[in-house]
Design a protein around this ligand. Structure first.
Ligand code: DC
Length: 227
């Protein structure tokens, strides 16, 4: 059976990670979270006190940047230079800095090869902002996954509460999501936008299972065309 490449792009909080992970698991494909790559760089910067203006220092970090993933019981573990940073990259501070640093052209260029290497083989579900447009334009299936801003903020709140984060409100999250949408969509290089040949899936009113089933049925249709 042919193994295809599936690109899933969309705004913050659209459910890309949960959906992509489930689709990959059901299809026996590997799952790559490219947002985690930008988040890891942001975390490194915070830890080392590097600001967005320190371009030489960011470039230096990119040269020795070594990220790897490992799926463990449905959890996508992220390692940076061998250290498990899975939880550390999920703070709101990291989210905002990842969005800002990802708008710098040399950063995107520096992280291009790492992502492209994952796109070489079939049998992959890769999620991000520019997967269908830049990283994996040859993907056989491209999904632009979206949901209303309110739904996205509600889902983020639910996830954070489940992780024990109490000091955040729906209003604050909605504001941050709006700011990230603006940053990610209006940057000059590789802005967030649906690829021309993508299928737009709005999952405001359907759940995780229904969303993944929809994507898997689109994938199966494409795979069937190769038979
Ligand atoms: O998907 P995420 O929320 O983990 O991504 C964090 C930030 O990284 C996001 O605000 C923009 C950036 N990003 C990007 O520019 N390109 C990608 N392919 C993935 C993420």
């Amino acid at each position: 059976m042919k193994k295809i490449r599936i690109a899933i792009d969309g705004p913050a909080g659209a459910g890309k990670s949960s959906v992509s992970k489930l689709v990959a698991e059901k299809m026996g494909y590997s799952y790559i979270d490219t947002g985690a790559i930008y988040r890891s760089l942001a975390l490194l910067m915070i830890k080392k006190g590097i600001t967005l203006e320190d371009e030489n220092l960011i470039a230096e970090e990119l040269r020795s940047f070594n990220i790897s993933f490992k799926m463990d019981n449905g959890v996508n573990l992220v390692f940076l230079n061998g250290e498990d940073i899975t939880k550390d990259i999920r703070t709101e501070e990291v989210s905002m800095l990842a969005s800002s640093v990802s708008a710098i052209p040399f950063v995107r260029k520096g992280l291009f090869d790492i992502q492209r290497a994952y796109a070489e083989k079939g049998g992959v579900v890769m999620e991000g902002r520019d997967i269908g447009t830049v990283i994996m334009p040859q993907a056989e299936l491209k999904i632009f996954l979206t949901a209303s801003p309110l739904k996205r903020a509600e889902r983020r709140l639910f996830d954070l509460r489940a992780k024990g984060v109490a000091d955040i409100t729906l209003e604050k999250l909605a504001e941050e999501i709006k700011k990230r949408d603006e940053q990610d969509s209006n940057r000059e290089v590789a802005p967030l936008m649906p690829a021309a040949d993508s299928v737009v899936v709005d999952n405001s009113d359907i759940d995780l299972k229904q969303t993944s089933e929809k994507i898997i049925s689109l994938a199966e249709k494409i795979i069937g065309e190769f038979l």
